[in-house]
Design a protein around this ligand. Structure first.
Ligand SMILES: Nc1ncnc2c1ncn2[C@@H]1O[C@H](COP(=O)(O)OP(=O)(O)OP(=O)(O)O)[C@@H](O)[C@H]1O
Ligand SMILES: [Mg+2]
Length: 263
């Protein structure tokens, strides 16, 4: 399929440098009889400014892969190169400081970046507007819904002004309308900032809606099973026939992978 003219790919930016490179990466947790092989010989690259969606059955090693790229853990074998870029991670759980207000949670990330105290409050308010939480800055995380907490977590990730954004099922807990709004926001921010994004999801349409590519991992241990280029022009609509069509092809492939492992 040829890409429509509106399609934006990292190649068109003239910059094919990978900002994340995994070369023959394996990860085994534990040792001996208790060893759990989570990833096996995964090679994957994300070009600068590219949006890569990562799909795979539960337990196939997606969170493991992100934590290795974030440098939170080390691979058992293989090489990971993030070219010295700054990395921000958004976890499956929002992981906010419960004793801090929503604004202070975002300000904390700005402080770590060295933003002056007097600028932090205003910048945090701007970021909260972006995720549609203007006016919630003085609340504490327990006063928000799960989806709202996840949006604070997105604002905090954006506050880090990273080059690479790692996202682990960030919108799984959101209602469809909020999720669609955040897709639009995320796409806008990604394009404006030229971010490289590695986005884990269980939602195949979401993967196709957002990604330049959809990478499918197999299970036990995780390997790259298939890499689907998404030749659909942007902006995309999650319920459009083009997105739904590719999503059904990817779903079929995912089903084969899950069946192959008896789940
Ligand atoms: N810290 C750990 N110690 C031991 N085993 C682990 C650890 N973290 C993950 N695993 C194992 O590694 C495998 C991959 O886990 P991982 O969390 O990466 O999967 P996932 O693809 O993110 O799953 P999900 O879609 O359910 O979030 C699983 O078998 C899991 O039990
Ligand atoms: Mg996970």
């Amino acid at each position: 399929m040829t890409a429509p003219l509106t399609e934006r790919t990292a190649g068109e930016t003239g910059d094919d440098q990978p900002s994340v490179l995994l070369d023959g990466v394996s990860k085994t947790y534990g040792q001996g009889r208790n060893a759990v092989p989570a990833l096996d010989d995964v090679s994957l690259s994300v070009r600068r400014g590219e949006f890569v969606s990562l799909l795979g059955a539960s337990g196939c090693g997606k969170s493991t892969l992100l934590s290795l790229v974030a440098g939170l853990d080390r691979p058992t074998a293989g090489r990971i190169d993030t070219r010295g870029g700054k990395i921000a991670m958004m976890f499956q759980e929002p992981a906010l400081f419960p004793w801090l207000t929503v604004s202070a949670n975002v300000e904390m990330a700005l402080r770590v970046r060295g933003v002056a105290r007097k600028e932090r409050r205003a910048r945090a308010a701007e970021l909260l507007e972006i995720v549609h939480l203007g006016g919630f800055g003085a609340r504490r995380p327990h006063e928000l819904s799960g989806g709202m907490r996840q949006r604070v977590s997105l604002a905090r990730a954006l506050a880090q002004e990273a080059d690479v954004l790692l996202m682990d099922e960030p919108f799984g807990a959101l209602d469809a309308m909020t999720r669609d709004l955040l897709h639009d926001e995320l796409e806008r921010i990604w394009r404006e900032r030229g971010l490289s994004v590695l986005f884990v999801t269980h939602n195949v349409r979401e993967a196709v809606r957002l990604g330049d590519r959809v990478v499918l991992l197999s299970s036990r241990p995780g390997r790259v099973a298939e890499d689907f280029p998404v030749g659909i022009g942007r902006p995309r609509v999650i319920d459009s026939p083009a997105v739904a069509g590719l999503a059904s092809t990817v779903t079929e492939r995912l089903r084969q992978e899950v069946l192959r492992h008896g789940r």
